[in-house]
Design a protein around this ligand. Structure first.
Ligand code: CMC
Length: 430
Protein backbone atom coordinates (compact mmCIF):
# COMPACT_ATOMS: atom_id res chain seq x y z
CA UNK A 1 0.00 0.00 0.00
CA UNK A 2 1.24 3.47 -0.86
CA UNK A 3 2.64 5.33 2.13
CA UNK A 4 0.46 8.35 2.97
CA UNK A 5 1.99 11.76 3.46
CA UNK A 6 0.78 15.27 4.26
CA UNK A 7 1.20 17.76 1.47
CA UNK A 8 1.73 21.40 2.44
CA UNK A 9 2.02 24.18 -0.12
CA UNK A 10 4.10 27.16 1.01
CA UNK A 11 5.25 30.00 -1.28
CA UNK A 12 4.13 27.94 -4.27
CA UNK A 13 6.28 24.97 -3.32
CA UNK A 14 4.87 21.61 -2.25
CA UNK A 15 6.40 19.91 0.77
CA UNK A 16 5.64 16.37 1.86
CA UNK A 17 5.67 15.24 5.45
CA UNK A 18 5.28 11.70 6.78
CA UNK A 19 2.21 10.76 8.82
CA UNK A 20 2.39 9.23 12.29
CA UNK A 21 -0.38 6.98 13.62
CA UNK A 22 -0.80 6.30 17.34
CA UNK A 23 -1.95 2.96 18.80
CA UNK A 24 -5.49 4.31 19.17
CA UNK A 25 -5.64 5.85 15.71
CA UNK A 26 -4.38 9.30 16.74
CA UNK A 27 -3.12 11.03 13.63
CA UNK A 28 -0.27 13.49 13.19
CA UNK A 29 2.01 14.70 10.47
CA UNK A 30 5.65 14.92 11.28
CA UNK A 31 6.94 18.44 10.70
CA UNK A 32 10.37 18.00 12.23
CA UNK A 33 11.98 18.86 8.90
CA UNK A 34 9.60 21.79 8.17
CA UNK A 35 11.95 24.67 8.94
CA UNK A 36 15.02 23.11 7.39
CA UNK A 37 13.11 22.42 4.18
CA UNK A 38 10.96 25.55 3.94
CA UNK A 39 12.13 28.19 6.50
CA UNK A 40 8.56 28.16 7.85
CA UNK A 41 7.68 27.18 11.40
CA UNK A 42 4.29 26.10 12.77
CA UNK A 43 2.60 28.55 15.15
CA UNK A 44 0.55 26.94 17.94
CA UNK A 45 0.33 29.11 21.04
CA UNK A 46 -0.76 26.95 23.97
CA UNK A 47 0.29 23.81 22.02
CA UNK A 48 -3.33 22.68 21.50
CA UNK A 49 -2.39 21.10 18.15
CA UNK A 50 1.17 20.08 18.85
CA UNK A 51 2.37 16.61 19.78
CA UNK A 52 5.57 17.19 21.74
CA UNK A 53 6.54 13.54 22.08
CA UNK A 54 5.77 9.90 21.42
CA UNK A 55 4.74 8.35 24.72
CA UNK A 56 3.69 4.85 25.85
CA UNK A 57 2.33 5.88 29.25
CA UNK A 58 -1.18 7.36 29.14
CA UNK A 59 -3.93 7.58 26.55
CA UNK A 60 -6.72 10.16 26.68
CA UNK A 61 -9.65 10.48 24.29
CA UNK A 62 -11.06 13.84 25.34
CA UNK A 63 -14.11 13.61 23.07
CA UNK A 64 -15.18 10.26 24.54
CA UNK A 65 -14.01 10.94 28.12
CA UNK A 66 -11.53 8.03 28.10
CA UNK A 67 -8.39 7.79 30.27
CA UNK A 68 -6.10 4.75 30.29
CA UNK A 69 -2.71 4.13 31.85
CA UNK A 70 -0.58 1.64 29.92
CA UNK A 71 -3.84 0.38 28.39
CA UNK A 72 -5.80 -0.05 31.64
CA UNK A 73 -8.96 2.10 31.98
CA UNK A 74 -8.94 4.48 34.93
CA UNK A 75 -12.30 3.04 36.08
CA UNK A 76 -10.67 -0.39 36.57
CA UNK A 77 -7.65 1.04 38.34
CA UNK A 78 -9.94 3.11 40.58
CA UNK A 79 -12.00 0.03 41.47
CA UNK A 80 -9.26 -2.57 41.88
CA UNK A 81 -5.78 -1.14 42.23
CA UNK A 82 -3.83 0.79 44.87
CA UNK A 83 -1.75 3.95 44.52
CA UNK A 84 1.57 2.11 44.77
CA UNK A 85 0.51 -0.57 42.29
CA UNK A 86 -0.76 2.07 39.84
CA UNK A 87 2.49 4.00 40.34
CA UNK A 88 4.49 0.90 39.34
CA UNK A 89 2.24 0.37 36.33
CA UNK A 90 2.77 3.94 35.19
CA UNK A 91 6.52 3.96 35.82
CA UNK A 92 7.46 0.47 34.65
CA UNK A 93 4.71 -0.30 32.11
CA UNK A 94 3.18 -3.42 33.69
CA UNK A 95 1.07 -4.25 36.70
CA UNK A 96 3.64 -5.70 39.09
CA UNK A 97 3.73 -9.30 40.29
CA UNK A 98 3.13 -9.68 44.04
CA UNK A 99 6.87 -10.07 44.75
CA UNK A 100 8.03 -6.96 42.90
CA UNK A 101 5.20 -4.93 44.42
CA UNK A 102 6.38 -6.08 47.87
CA UNK A 103 9.97 -5.01 47.06
CA UNK A 104 8.75 -1.61 45.85
CA UNK A 105 6.48 -1.17 48.88
CA UNK A 106 9.41 -1.95 51.18
CA UNK A 107 11.65 0.47 49.32
CA UNK A 108 9.00 3.19 49.64
CA UNK A 109 8.33 2.59 53.32
CA UNK A 110 12.02 2.41 54.27
CA UNK A 111 12.72 5.70 52.44
CA UNK A 112 10.13 7.70 54.37
CA UNK A 113 12.43 9.59 56.76
CA UNK A 114 14.31 12.70 55.70
CA UNK A 115 17.78 13.64 56.92
CA UNK A 116 17.46 15.55 60.21
CA UNK A 117 19.52 18.43 58.83
CA UNK A 118 16.69 18.96 56.32
CA UNK A 119 14.47 19.85 59.26
CA UNK A 120 16.39 23.13 59.49
CA UNK A 121 15.41 24.10 55.95
CA UNK A 122 11.83 24.41 57.17
CA UNK A 123 12.89 26.95 59.79
CA UNK A 124 13.98 29.32 57.02
CA UNK A 125 10.46 29.68 55.63
CA UNK A 126 8.09 32.34 56.96
CA UNK A 127 5.01 30.79 58.59
CA UNK A 128 2.72 32.16 55.89
CA UNK A 129 4.67 30.57 52.99
CA UNK A 130 2.52 28.69 50.53
CA UNK A 131 2.98 24.90 50.92
CA UNK A 132 3.68 24.56 47.18
CA UNK A 133 6.60 26.94 47.42
CA UNK A 134 8.00 24.91 50.32
CA UNK A 135 7.43 21.59 48.56
CA UNK A 136 9.15 22.64 45.36
CA UNK A 137 12.16 24.01 47.25
CA UNK A 138 12.39 20.89 49.44
CA UNK A 139 12.26 18.46 46.53
CA UNK A 140 15.09 20.27 44.82
CA UNK A 141 17.05 20.47 48.10
CA UNK A 142 16.48 16.74 48.59
CA UNK A 143 18.59 16.05 45.50
CA UNK A 144 21.57 17.66 47.24
CA UNK A 145 21.40 14.89 49.89
CA UNK A 146 21.68 12.23 47.17
CA UNK A 147 24.44 13.49 44.82
CA UNK A 148 24.87 10.03 43.29
CA UNK A 149 21.21 10.13 42.16
CA UNK A 150 21.18 13.77 41.06
CA UNK A 151 24.45 13.99 39.14
CA UNK A 152 22.96 15.26 35.84
CA UNK A 153 25.01 12.47 34.27
CA UNK A 154 22.30 10.56 32.43
CA UNK A 155 23.86 7.11 32.76
CA UNK A 156 24.55 7.56 36.44
CA UNK A 157 21.11 8.99 37.22
CA UNK A 158 19.50 6.12 35.30
CA UNK A 159 21.65 3.55 37.10
CA UNK A 160 20.03 4.76 40.36
CA UNK A 161 16.56 5.18 38.86
CA UNK A 162 14.66 2.48 40.82
CA UNK A 163 15.99 3.79 44.12
CA UNK A 164 15.28 7.43 43.20
CA UNK A 165 11.73 6.72 42.02
CA UNK A 166 10.76 4.93 45.27
CA UNK A 167 12.54 7.56 47.34
CA UNK A 168 10.67 10.46 45.71
CA UNK A 169 7.27 8.75 45.97
CA UNK A 170 7.98 8.17 49.64
CA UNK A 171 9.59 11.45 50.64
CA UNK A 172 7.21 13.77 48.79
CA UNK A 173 4.61 12.51 51.25
CA UNK A 174 6.89 13.07 54.27
CA UNK A 175 7.82 16.57 53.07
CA UNK A 176 4.15 17.41 52.52
CA UNK A 177 3.23 16.32 56.06
CA UNK A 178 6.22 18.24 57.48
CA UNK A 179 5.10 21.35 55.61
CA UNK A 180 1.64 21.07 57.18
CA UNK A 181 3.12 20.62 60.68
CA UNK A 182 5.61 23.46 60.26
CA UNK A 183 2.87 25.85 59.20
CA UNK A 184 0.80 24.88 62.24
CA UNK A 185 3.79 25.28 64.56
CA UNK A 186 3.60 21.61 65.50
CA UNK A 187 6.57 19.25 65.99
CA UNK A 188 7.32 16.89 63.11
CA UNK A 189 6.07 13.32 63.44
CA UNK A 190 8.47 10.56 62.38
CA UNK A 191 7.10 8.08 59.85
CA UNK A 192 5.88 4.75 61.14
CA UNK A 193 7.20 2.08 58.79
CA UNK A 194 4.57 -0.45 59.79
CA UNK A 195 1.80 1.66 58.27
CA UNK A 196 0.68 1.68 54.65
CA UNK A 197 1.40 4.58 52.29
CA UNK A 198 -1.68 6.68 53.04
CA UNK A 199 -2.05 5.66 56.70
CA UNK A 200 1.54 6.72 57.29
CA UNK A 201 0.85 10.08 55.65
CA UNK A 202 -2.21 10.65 57.85
CA UNK A 203 -0.15 9.61 60.89
CA UNK A 204 2.60 12.15 60.02
CA UNK A 205 -0.07 14.81 59.52
CA UNK A 206 -2.36 14.27 62.49
CA UNK A 207 -0.63 12.36 65.32
CA UNK A 208 -0.34 14.44 68.51
CA UNK A 209 1.71 13.79 71.67
CA UNK A 210 -1.22 12.12 73.43
CA UNK A 211 -3.21 11.11 70.36
CA UNK A 212 -1.88 8.47 68.00
CA UNK A 213 -3.84 8.96 64.78
CA UNK A 214 -5.67 5.75 63.91
CA UNK A 215 -7.70 5.66 60.73
CA UNK A 216 -10.93 3.99 61.84
CA UNK A 217 -13.16 5.45 59.13
CA UNK A 218 -11.37 4.55 55.90
CA UNK A 219 -9.79 7.97 55.30
CA UNK A 220 -6.65 6.21 54.04
CA UNK A 221 -8.65 4.32 51.38
CA UNK A 222 -10.34 7.54 50.24
CA UNK A 223 -6.93 9.23 50.02
CA UNK A 224 -5.49 6.29 48.08
CA UNK A 225 -8.30 6.67 45.53
CA UNK A 226 -7.63 10.41 45.27
CA UNK A 227 -3.92 9.76 44.63
CA UNK A 228 -4.64 7.00 42.09
CA UNK A 229 -6.92 9.30 40.12
CA UNK A 230 -4.19 11.93 39.92
CA UNK A 231 -1.30 9.57 39.12
CA UNK A 232 -0.77 10.65 35.51
CA UNK A 233 -2.54 12.66 32.86
CA UNK A 234 -0.54 12.77 29.65
CA UNK A 235 1.14 16.01 28.50
CA UNK A 236 -0.46 18.50 30.90
CA UNK A 237 1.28 21.72 31.98
CA UNK A 238 3.32 20.22 34.84
CA UNK A 239 4.25 16.97 33.09
CA UNK A 240 5.40 18.75 29.97
CA UNK A 241 7.40 21.06 32.27
CA UNK A 242 9.06 17.99 33.81
CA UNK A 243 9.88 16.71 30.33
CA UNK A 244 11.15 20.12 29.25
CA UNK A 245 13.51 20.37 32.24
CA UNK A 246 14.59 16.74 31.81
CA UNK A 247 15.33 17.32 28.12
CA UNK A 248 18.20 19.60 29.10
CA UNK A 249 19.74 16.69 31.04
CA UNK A 250 18.56 17.74 34.51
CA UNK A 251 18.18 15.10 37.19
CA UNK A 252 14.86 13.73 38.45
CA UNK A 253 14.78 15.80 41.67
CA UNK A 254 15.20 19.09 39.77
CA UNK A 255 12.68 18.04 37.13
CA UNK A 256 9.89 17.15 39.57
CA UNK A 257 10.59 20.26 41.61
CA UNK A 258 9.88 22.28 38.44
CA UNK A 259 6.76 20.15 37.96
CA UNK A 260 5.48 21.28 41.37
CA UNK A 261 5.87 24.94 40.35
CA UNK A 262 4.00 24.35 37.10
CA UNK A 263 1.21 22.54 38.94
CA UNK A 264 0.68 25.41 41.38
CA UNK A 265 -1.38 27.76 39.18
CA UNK A 266 -5.19 27.96 39.43
CA UNK A 267 -5.70 26.88 35.81
CA UNK A 268 -3.91 23.61 36.62
CA UNK A 269 -3.48 21.91 40.03
CA UNK A 270 -4.38 25.02 42.02
CA UNK A 271 -7.96 24.62 40.80
CA UNK A 272 -8.86 22.13 43.57
CA UNK A 273 -8.20 24.80 46.20
CA UNK A 274 -10.00 27.43 44.10
CA UNK A 275 -13.10 25.21 43.81
CA UNK A 276 -13.51 24.99 47.57
CA UNK A 277 -12.92 28.74 47.93
CA UNK A 278 -15.60 29.33 45.29
CA UNK A 279 -18.07 26.97 47.02
CA UNK A 280 -17.37 28.60 50.39
CA UNK A 281 -17.99 32.07 48.91
CA UNK A 282 -21.26 30.92 47.33
CA UNK A 283 -22.31 29.36 50.65
CA UNK A 284 -21.44 32.50 52.64
CA UNK A 285 -23.31 34.75 50.20
CA UNK A 286 -26.52 32.72 50.48
CA UNK A 287 -26.54 32.17 46.69
CA UNK A 288 -27.89 28.80 45.55
CA UNK A 289 -25.37 28.94 42.68
CA UNK A 290 -27.67 30.76 40.21
CA UNK A 291 -25.97 34.14 40.62
CA UNK A 292 -22.54 32.56 40.29
CA UNK A 293 -23.48 30.71 37.09
CA UNK A 294 -24.76 33.99 35.61
CA UNK A 295 -21.50 35.76 36.59
CA UNK A 296 -19.49 32.96 34.92
CA UNK A 297 -21.53 33.30 31.73
CA UNK A 298 -20.91 37.05 31.69
CA UNK A 299 -17.17 36.42 32.00
CA UNK A 300 -17.05 37.98 35.50
CA UNK A 301 -16.10 34.70 37.19
CA UNK A 302 -14.86 31.25 36.25
CA UNK A 303 -16.62 28.12 37.34
CA UNK A 304 -13.58 26.49 38.88
CA UNK A 305 -13.36 22.72 38.44
CA UNK A 306 -15.14 23.02 35.09
CA UNK A 307 -13.69 22.85 31.61
CA UNK A 308 -10.59 21.16 30.30
CA UNK A 309 -8.22 21.63 27.41
CA UNK A 310 -8.52 17.98 26.37
CA UNK A 311 -11.86 16.71 27.71
CA UNK A 312 -14.87 17.87 25.72
CA UNK A 313 -16.93 15.38 27.67
CA UNK A 314 -17.03 14.31 31.32
CA UNK A 315 -13.55 13.95 32.81
CA UNK A 316 -13.75 10.25 33.82
CA UNK A 317 -11.93 11.05 37.07
CA UNK A 318 -14.63 13.59 37.97
CA UNK A 319 -17.27 10.95 37.26
CA UNK A 320 -15.59 8.53 39.67
CA UNK A 321 -15.11 11.19 42.36
CA UNK A 322 -18.64 12.54 41.89
CA UNK A 323 -19.99 9.06 42.60
CA UNK A 324 -17.60 8.27 45.45
CA UNK A 325 -17.55 11.52 47.40
CA UNK A 326 -20.96 11.06 49.00
CA UNK A 327 -20.12 7.55 50.14
CA UNK A 328 -16.79 8.76 51.59
CA UNK A 329 -18.46 11.63 53.47
CA UNK A 330 -21.04 9.25 54.96
CA UNK A 331 -18.33 6.77 55.94
CA UNK A 332 -16.22 9.47 57.59
CA UNK A 333 -19.34 10.94 59.22
CA UNK A 334 -19.11 14.39 57.62
CA UNK A 335 -22.10 16.39 56.40
CA UNK A 336 -20.64 19.06 54.14
CA UNK A 337 -23.04 21.75 52.83
CA UNK A 338 -20.53 22.46 50.03
CA UNK A 339 -21.41 19.10 48.45
CA UNK A 340 -25.02 20.18 47.89
CA UNK A 341 -23.88 23.48 46.40
CA UNK A 342 -21.47 21.62 44.09
CA UNK A 343 -24.23 19.24 42.97
CA UNK A 344 -26.58 22.16 42.24
CA UNK A 345 -23.87 24.02 40.32
CA UNK A 346 -23.07 20.93 38.28
CA UNK A 347 -26.73 20.33 37.47
CA UNK A 348 -27.33 23.96 36.44
CA UNK A 349 -24.17 24.09 34.32
CA UNK A 350 -24.93 20.82 32.54
CA UNK A 351 -28.35 22.19 31.53
CA UNK A 352 -27.13 25.64 30.53
CA UNK A 353 -26.54 26.54 26.87
CA UNK A 354 -23.33 28.48 27.69
CA UNK A 355 -21.63 25.42 29.23
CA UNK A 356 -23.23 22.88 26.88
CA UNK A 357 -22.18 24.70 23.69
CA UNK A 358 -18.60 25.09 24.96
CA UNK A 359 -18.51 21.47 26.11
CA UNK A 360 -17.59 22.45 29.66
CA UNK A 361 -17.94 19.53 32.09
CA UNK A 362 -16.70 18.96 35.64
CA UNK A 363 -13.00 18.07 35.80
CA UNK A 364 -11.10 16.11 38.46
CA UNK A 365 -10.82 19.17 40.70
CA UNK A 366 -14.56 19.74 41.03
CA UNK A 367 -15.17 17.15 43.77
CA UNK A 368 -11.64 16.35 44.94
CA UNK A 369 -11.45 19.28 47.38
CA UNK A 370 -14.65 18.18 49.13
CA UNK A 371 -13.12 14.74 49.61
CA UNK A 372 -9.86 16.17 50.98
CA UNK A 373 -11.76 18.51 53.31
CA UNK A 374 -13.64 15.53 54.75
CA UNK A 375 -10.33 13.83 55.55
CA UNK A 376 -9.23 16.97 57.45
CA UNK A 377 -6.78 18.36 54.91
CA UNK A 378 -6.91 22.17 54.75
CA UNK A 379 -7.46 23.87 51.34
CA UNK A 380 -3.95 25.32 51.31
CA UNK A 381 -2.61 21.76 51.12
CA UNK A 382 -4.89 20.56 48.31
CA UNK A 383 -2.46 21.24 45.47
CA UNK A 384 0.31 19.57 47.48
CA UNK A 385 -1.93 16.49 47.61
CA UNK A 386 -2.26 16.67 43.82
CA UNK A 387 1.56 16.80 43.60
CA UNK A 388 1.91 13.64 45.74
CA UNK A 389 -0.54 11.89 43.42
CA UNK A 390 1.13 13.12 40.22
CA UNK A 391 4.64 12.05 41.26
CA UNK A 392 4.49 8.65 39.44
CA UNK A 393 3.46 10.37 36.19
CA UNK A 394 6.28 12.89 36.43
CA UNK A 395 8.78 10.11 37.19
CA UNK A 396 7.58 7.95 34.27
CA UNK A 397 7.78 10.90 31.88
CA UNK A 398 11.28 11.82 33.09
CA UNK A 399 12.29 8.18 32.47
CA UNK A 400 10.96 8.28 28.90
CA UNK A 401 13.05 11.36 28.20
CA UNK A 402 16.14 10.04 29.96
CA UNK A 403 16.04 6.66 28.19
CA UNK A 404 15.61 8.11 24.71
CA UNK A 405 19.05 8.08 23.06
CA UNK A 406 17.72 10.21 20.19
CA UNK A 407 16.12 12.78 22.52
CA UNK A 408 16.87 16.44 21.83
CA UNK A 409 16.65 19.40 24.15
CA UNK A 410 13.15 20.92 24.04
CA UNK A 411 13.54 24.29 22.47
CA UNK A 412 10.48 25.81 20.75
CA UNK A 413 10.79 28.75 18.43
CA UNK A 414 8.80 31.97 18.36
CA UNK A 415 7.48 34.57 15.99
CA UNK A 416 9.18 37.80 16.99
CA UNK A 417 6.73 40.76 17.06
CA UNK A 418 8.89 43.42 18.77
CA UNK A 419 10.72 46.41 17.28
CA UNK A 420 12.67 46.16 14.05
CA UNK A 421 16.35 47.08 14.09
CA UNK A 422 17.03 50.25 16.11
CA UNK A 423 20.14 52.37 16.41
CA UNK A 424 21.61 53.03 19.83
CA UNK A 425 23.84 55.78 18.41
CA UNK A 426 20.78 57.73 17.22
CA UNK A 427 19.64 57.75 20.85
CA UNK A 428 23.03 59.15 22.00
CA UNK A 429 22.65 62.12 19.61
CA UNK A 430 19.37 63.27 21.23
N1 CMC B 1 -16.02 28.77 33.54
C1 CMC B 1 -16.60 29.57 32.62
N2 CMC B 1 -16.23 29.62 31.32
C2 CMC B 1 -15.22 28.81 30.93
C3 CMC B 1 -14.58 27.95 31.84
C4 CMC B 1 -15.00 27.94 33.17
N3 CMC B 1 -14.43 27.13 34.06
N4 CMC B 1 -13.61 27.26 31.18
C5 CMC B 1 -13.64 27.68 29.92
N5 CMC B 1 -14.62 28.61 29.76
C6 CMC B 1 -15.00 29.28 28.50
C7 CMC B 1 -13.94 30.27 28.06
O1 CMC B 1 -14.18 31.55 28.62
C8 CMC B 1 -14.12 30.24 26.57
O2 CMC B 1 -15.28 30.98 26.25
P1 CMC B 1 -15.37 31.81 24.84
O3 CMC B 1 -15.33 30.76 23.78
O4 CMC B 1 -16.66 32.55 24.94
O5 CMC B 1 -14.18 32.71 24.83
C9 CMC B 1 -14.43 28.77 26.28
O6 CMC B 1 -15.04 28.27 27.49
C10 CMC B 1 -13.21 27.92 25.93
O7 CMC B 1 -12.28 28.00 27.01
P2 CMC B 1 -10.71 28.11 26.86
O8 CMC B 1 -10.22 29.14 27.81
O9 CMC B 1 -10.33 28.23 25.42
O10 CMC B 1 -10.24 26.69 27.34
P3 CMC B 1 -8.75 26.25 27.62
O11 CMC B 1 -8.61 24.91 27.02
O12 CMC B 1 -7.77 27.26 27.18
O13 CMC B 1 -8.68 26.20 29.21
C11 CMC B 1 -9.01 25.44 31.42
C12 CMC B 1 -8.93 25.05 29.95
C13 CMC B 1 -9.03 24.16 32.25
C14 CMC B 1 -7.76 26.24 31.81
C15 CMC B 1 -10.29 26.28 31.65
O14 CMC B 1 -11.43 25.52 31.30
C16 CMC B 1 -10.40 26.76 33.10
O15 CMC B 1 -9.79 27.78 33.42
N6 CMC B 1 -11.16 26.04 33.96
C17 CMC B 1 -11.24 26.40 35.35
C18 CMC B 1 -9.96 26.01 36.07
C19 CMC B 1 -9.88 24.52 36.31
O16 CMC B 1 -10.83 23.89 36.75
N7 CMC B 1 -8.68 23.96 36.03
C20 CMC B 1 -8.39 22.55 36.29
C21 CMC B 1 -8.15 21.78 35.03
S1 CMC B 1 -8.25 20.00 35.30
C22 CMC B 1 -6.94 19.60 36.31
C23 CMC B 1 -5.64 19.69 35.64
O17 CMC B 1 -5.39 18.97 34.68
O18 CMC B 1 -4.84 20.47 36.12
Amino acid sequence: MEEQTALIRLDDINYEFPLILGTEGEKAFDIRSLRTKSKFIAFDEGYGNTGSCLSDITFIDGEQGVLRHRGYPIEQLAAKSTFLETAMLIIYGELPAEESLAVFRKRVSSSASVHTSMHHHFEGFPGNSHPMSILSAMLNALGAYYPEMSSNDRDQDLAHFDETAALLISKVRTLAAMTFRMKKGLPFVAPNHSRGYCENFLHMMFTEPYFDYIDSVGAGDALDLFLRLHADHEQNCSTSTVRMVASGGANLFASVSAGVCALWGPSHGGANMAVVQMLEDIHASGDDGTRFIEAAKEGKAKLMGFGHRVYKNYDPRAKILGKTVEQVLTQIGVDDPLLNIARRLEQSALEDEYFVSRKLYPNVDFYSGILLRAIGIPPEMFTVMFAIGRMPGWIANWKEIAENPKGRIHRPRQIYTGHGLRDYQALEKR
